[in-house]
Design a protein around this ligand. Structure first.
Ligand code: AOF
Ligand code: ZN
Length: 339
């Protein structure tokens, strides 16, 4: 299963589908085939491993009695591809060792199908590691809405811009590079029309080389603008570096439902204060990523707009899960306290 998890981790860290790995073993323990899933529309890990075994010249008889080790419960449905349970049964696999159960009700039930067909099934092996690999995907599938990360970069006194509106650059290059790396793991990057109009951001994932040349990642997250105001024709968000979607609503729940229909599993929300407050108010923040520069402004836009909280009793509390220094700045990761 450790090897199957390694294979799973080769899959894309974002997209509609989970990361899944599979190893096929002969009764004497020899590896007959290995596979992983490369994203929606491509072969599932089990089918990829069976194809690998076939390429290696494995005879059909060798697979009869083999063990398939899969990090996620084999699917029992016909989605973009046929069911993996059918492929495993057709190959004559005798034993299936499963990591995490599939939380997707459409695809789940594979272990029952296999058991009913007489296959020896073991479940829950290193299930936690498979789940952490697919943390945002599992959350999205369970809750029917994308996993939401709310990010901001502020001074120690919680300002994201100075009184004159200028906001570049509060944090250093290390923090900025970290933002780009983390954006790249999300399916969508979202801002409100306020930020889109004031900052004219690109919201792309890019890196800057030692010689100063900017490198745009090939596969960009969807750029999402929330709100009704129109963007000017020359807005950077209208360039062709990445697709952009404007959701003409102020309702966070409706926006997330729309994104869920587009199979967005993880949204990275970048502000500004109105959008941050709207997501927090809706109880729709699953993770906070906060970059803090050791600086003080004393005036200027706050990271989060008015939440209507007037007493300490109403404080929104989070649990700190990570603290990392990035150059002269610090990044804090926290998750909501469970009621
Ligand atoms: C597996 N093995 O490697 C993966 C599974 O419509 P599709 O074909 O893209 O199916 C997607 C669903 O199948 C996905 O939501 C999840 O429930 C399951 N993914 N299952 O047996 C795999 N990637
Ligand atoms: Zn499958």
């Amino acid at each position: 299963m450790g090897r199957a998890l390694e294979l799973a981790a080769r899959g894309p860290s974002r997209g509609a589908n989970p990361r899944v790995g599979c190893v096929l073993l002969a009764p004497d323990g020899r590896v007959l085939g290995e596979g992983h899933h490369r994203g929606a529309g491509t072969a599932h890990a089990e089918v990829d491993a069976l194809a690998d075994a076939a390429r290696a010249g494995t005879a059909a008889e060798e697979l009869r009695g083999a063990t398939a080790v899969v990090t996620l419960e084999p699917c029992s449905h016909t989605g973009r591809t046929p069911p993996c349970t059918a492929a495993l049964l057709a190959a004559g696999v005798a034993r299936v060792v499963v990591g995490a159960a599939d939380p997707n009700p459409v695809a789940a039930g594979g272990t029952d199908v296999l058991r009913a067909a007489g296959v020896d099934v073991v479940t829950g092996v290193l299930a936690g590691r498979s789940s952490s690999l697919n943390r945002t995907w599992e959350h999205a599938v369970r809750h029917g809405r994308p996993f939401v990360t709310l990010k901001w970069a502020s001074t120690l006194d919680g300002r994201v811009a100075a009184a004159d509106g200028s906001s570049r650059w509060l944090t250093g290059t290390g923090a900025r590079a970290d933002v780009h790396a983390r954006r790249a793991t999300a399916d969508a990057v979202l801002v409100g029309t306020g930020t889109a109009l004031v900052d004219d951001p690109w919201l792309t994932t890019r890196s800057t080389g030692a010689d100063g040349t900017v490198h745009l990642a090939a596969d960009q997250p969807l750029r999402v603008v929330l709100g009704e105001r129109d963007l000017p024709a020359d807005a950077r968000l209208r360039d062709d570096a990445a697709p952009t979607l404007q959701l003409r609503t102020r309702d966070v729940t409706a926006a997330l439902a729309d994104l869920a229909r587009r199979e967005v599993r993880h949204v990275w929300v970048e502000g500004g204060p109105t959008v941050a407050a709207a997501f927090l108010h809706a109880g729709a923040v699953d993770e906070l990523v906060t970059y803090l520069a050791p600086a003080v402004l004393g005036a200027g836009a706050p990271a989060v707009g008015d939440l209507g909280i007037t007493s300490v009793a109403g404080t929104l509390r989070f649990r700190l899960t990570d603290v990392t220094r990035l150059g002269g700045d610090v990044v804090l990761t926290s998750t909501p306290e469970k009621e």
